[in-house]
Design a protein around this ligand. Structure first.
Ligand SMILES: [Ca+2]
Ligand SMILES: [Ca+2]
Length: 195
């Protein structure tokens, strides 16, 4: 392959990682998923309200999420170009306390640099609602986690369908309606597993 010292000829699927957000922001970014939404409440650190734990992302660490949110927490891009023949998945450790049916969040994947996103269907701990009634889309009209769960859960997203793509991004999209807010959605660990 003509590789120089210290490099390999390629083919290494070196994407396995465990992020526990003990160091913020862990390469993640946040923003509005709909331009008319209220202020995005995603923050990284130690929550004062909500779950017990340290080092995590959450929709406001110091109080309830905002009304009329359509906000996202986006991962860095990872390349699965060298992962042919492997099964790649993501484990998400999360906790939520959210107005059932109206407010909620889901997980989305982009393979085109974040221009378009597809809602994925997690396993392990699945979505609670088929169609959220948040003020803005996304996630209005989409499935999502919603309701009073308030325990740490592991949900899994299969990335194997995206093997071969050099730019795979995951985002967590949260939305709310015009009234009734709770602690929100907290993400404590994200682990990429290669098998
Ligand atoms: Ca943590
Ligand atoms: Ca609400």
């Amino acid at each position: 392959m003509g590789s120089t010292a210290g490099t390999t000829g390629g083919g290494a699927c070196n994407v396995a990682v465990l992020l526990d957000f003990s160091t913020c922001p862990g390469g993640f970014t946040t923003g509005k998923a709909h331009p008319l939404s209220s202020t995005n409440s995603w923050a990284c650190g130690d929550p004062i309200l909500g779950p017990v734990g340290t080092g995590m992302w959450g929709t406001n660490l110091f109080g309830n999420y905002n009304t009329d949110e359509s906000s996202y927490l986006e991962s860095p891009s990872i390349s699965l170009a060298d992962c042919q023949g492997y099964a790649v998945s993501v484990r998400v450790r999360h906790w939520y306390d959210i107005e059932p049916g109206y407010d909620g969040g889901n997980i989305q994947i982009s393979t085109d640099g974040g221009n378009s996103w597809q809602v994925v269907t997690p396993t392990g701990h699945p979505y609670d609602e088929l169609s959220l009634n948040a003020s803005y889309s996304p996630p209005a009209g989409e499935p999502g986690f919603s309701g009073f769960d308030a325990v740490w859960r592991d949900s899994f997203v299969d990335l194997t369908p995206y093997v071969g793509s050099a730019d795979v991004r995951m985002r967590f999209v949260f939305g709310s309606d015009f009234s009734v807010e709770y602690d929100g959605w907290f993400i404590d660990e994200i682990e990429v597993v290669v098998q």
